[in-house]
Each structure stands twice: as C-alpha cells, then as structure tokens.
Design a protein around this ligand. Sequence first.
Ligand SMILES: [Zn+2]
Length: 288
Amino acid sequence: MPELPEVEALALDLAGRLDGHAIARIHVAQFSALKTFDPPLAALEGTLVDGVGRHGKFLDIEASGLHLVLHLARAGWVRWRDEVPTIPPKPSPKSTLALRVVLDDQSGLDVTEAGTRKSLAAYVVRDPQDVPGIATLGPDPLTDDFTVERFREILEREGGKQLKGVLRHQGTIAGIGNAYSDEILHAARMSPYKAAGKLTDDELHVLYDALRVTLGDAVDRSRGLAASELKGEKKSNLAVHGRTGQPCPVCGDTVREVSFADSSLQYCPTCQTGGKPLADRRMSRLLK
Ligand SMILES: [Zn+2]
C-alpha cells in the first residue's frame, strides 16, 4: 500500500504532468470505486487541473474548484500513459483498471487495483474535507508544526495503547501505514508493543527523530521518480518490513514476524526487543 512518501512523490510526479491540462473525459471501469455522486464525475470534464496534492495517504487532483480524491488502499496504483486508447474501457472483472482520466492531449492516467478486496476509493468533492477519511485525519508528521511537543501530547493521550497501532492510526497521525510504522520502530530500536504513553523523555526524542528521518529520507529518495519506479524504490530500502527470515541490515539477527490487528508486523529481536521474540498473540490464543 502506498504510504505518505509514495503518495507525496506521486502527487509531485502527477503535478508536473497534469498542471495546466484540461480533463477531457473520465471513464469508470469499476463502479464500486466511486464513492460520491454529487457533484457527478462528469462535472470534472472540461475543467483545468490546478494542482495535485496529498492529505495523509489520499491523493488530491484539484481542477477548477473541484477535487478528484483517490485513496489507493492496499493494491491501488496510478499509471501514467503518454497516450490512452481512444476506445473507452469496458468494465471487466478480469481487468485491474478502475478509473481512467483522459487529458486534452490524449495523455492520461489509469487508476488500477490489483487486489481482490476492491478497497480503492475515488471521490469527487468541492472540498477535500467532504471526504470522511480526510476530515478525521490526524496531523501530518512532516509539517513544521509537528513538533516533538505535539508528538508528546499525542502519545500521552494514547496512554497504554501499543506504539505500532498508534503510529499507523490515520486519525492520530496521518500517512503512516504498516510498512513505515515497522521501519520507524526499527530505526528507534523500540518494541512495537511498547505503550505509547510510557516513553521516557529520551525515548520520546529518539522515536520522534526516527519518525521524521525515516519518512523524510523516503520522501527525498522518491522525489523525482516516476510512478512506475516508486514501488521498487520503497521495497529496496526497507530494513525489516516484508523481510521476515532475512538478516537485519543493522545487526544481522533474523527479522521476525507476528500477527498484528488485520495483518502482520516485522521486527528485529536484537534491535528492538532485547533479543526476545515477541509472542504471537493470535497464535497463543489459538493454542490455549
Ligand atoms: Zn537488528
């Protein structure tokens, strides 16, 4: 799933390609992806693109006072095409195409979803705050006003909740998902199960720096890359996420995995949990 750094880079890449162009047509190939009906999708046709931005993990294409907002979810992606076919796409359960935006010069972008869950979401709104997932977003962790004091307030409010869950909860902090929460905790050398509200002052600063550096570096590396290059870039720079069974790049210990909420998390026992593997809570409950 694209997280803050990838969506930031996507927005930057698309801004360069879309700015100043008019949207000629929009085709929907997966009707379940479109979550709004007023204004209608057709209201975007003939509008001029003013800019492309980001809210958390949401991509926002602004055109003449309207916004086409995309949430790429688990398996969604955006593919730029220098020339899109002139024949409108046919809805097909076999195709990954969800939405096609055609520009005035017949270039355009395909919004695709490879997953079977169909959780990709597109919204046409007059104000991005009309999208429920945007209205409830927590602060963006890369803005100047996301200070260590603000971070302290957030973590203290979360009390006994586990860091892993707090970091990736969009209403608490915007833009961090399963991958970067693993990476941030590894960089901070902290257990994903550690209670958010019980950090010492030193730990708070360590975690804050890990968060800003991990996300900032990922944004810097992604900036200037085309959409097609972003996934590979992300994957090749992860230390623990998605690397179960491989050596930790810091200490060489084997990266381990436990289930967490609706997915799994990866961590390094030596770097993060004093060498002790975490108990897989779902497993131990099943074995009782
Ligand atoms: Zn390690």
